[in-house]
Design a protein around this ligand. Structure first.
Ligand code: ATP
Length: 254
């Protein structure tokens, strides 16, 4: 019998380094994403957060270091192969089709994930294999009752929920979320915080976010990136109390 691997990290990043000329955008970055957690990645503008995410999803090849995903070394895989393994990035590249309804957009994502050919006419719409999971993900993402609304008519916050429903349809094993709170407003931000909090039970989340209220409310652990280096990893309380973090990022009023 193989050993149970429940508590092993889903994502293990070791020694990632990426230089742009003389600039070290990520400098020996190591971090883990564990089952069930939201791990927030914070740091000032230009710290290297986007460069790190791009290396994880396979858009940029690191100069050194290694990434394991569910125990498998994925260094040799391109972005499409990593996505197929269930490494899902949301909120930056958006594939929402404005003229399609919420339901049609999510059905498209369900079809893409299952390899089903999506025919945009009635037989496909009637296909319960697509509609049932799509409606389930729409409800999970907080859009119940809005499934017949064209995506173009959604508010900014609803559109973000649609993107979550589409990400869920891909049945990811890990979420990489890049600034989901941006432009959400107070009420939208509150709703999204509640949704993300639940989402961690589907798959762990690596969360790049500048909104510190959201980070402190959601994160199980926080890593702080400054000039390409992880200067601290810890719980919310540990990070808030860390003098180096306060000096270099949070400010004295944190
Ligand atoms: N393709 C590139 N060529 C040259 N320099 C780059 C490239 N991409 C990023 N950089 C530089 O690498 C550093 C890290 O950038 P990155 O975008 O990863 O930071 P970030 O933490 O995501 O910032 P922000 O919070 O503003 O999104 C910056 O100094 C940036 O100017």
């Amino acid at each position: 019998m193989p050993e149970p691997k429940l508590n092993e990290p889903i994502l293990e990043i070791r020694g990632l380094r990426k230089a742009f000329g003389a600039l070290l955008a990520t400098d020996d970055v190591s971090l883990d994403l564990r089952p069930g957690e939201i791990h927030a990645l914070i740091g000032p503008n230009g710290a290297g957060k986007s460069t790190l995410i791009k290396q994880i999803v396979g858009e940029i090849r690191p100069d050194a270091g290694s990434i394991r995903f569910e125990g498998q070394v994925i260094d040799g895989l391109g972005a499409a192969a990593r996505a197929r393994l269930g490494l899902a990035r949301s909120f930056q590249v958006s594939s929402v089709i404005p003229d399609f309804t919420v339901l049609q957009n999510v059905m498209l994502a369900v079809a893409g994930a299952s390899g089903t050919v999506f025919r945009f006419h009635l037989p496909a719409l009637a296909d319960r294999k697509l509609t049932e999971p799509a409606l389930f993900h729409i409800e999970q993402a907080g859009l119940a009752g809005r499934h017949l609304v064209p995506a173009a008519r959604l508010s900014h916050g609803e559109r973000r929920k649609l993107e979550i429903a589409m990400a869920l349809a891909l049945r990811p094993r890990a979420f990489l979320l890049d600034e989901p709170m941006a432009g959400m407003g107070l009420e939208g931000g509150r709703q999204l915080t509640a949704i993300l909090s639940e989402l961690r039970n589907e798959a762990p989340i690596l969360l790049v976010e500048h909104d510190m209220d959201a980070v402190f409310a959601l994160a199980d652990r926080i890593s702080v990136l400054v000039y390409g280096r992880v200067i601290a990893t810890g719980s919310v309380a540990e990070i808030r109390a860390n003098p180096e973090v306060r000096r270099s990022y949070l400010g004295e009023d944190a």
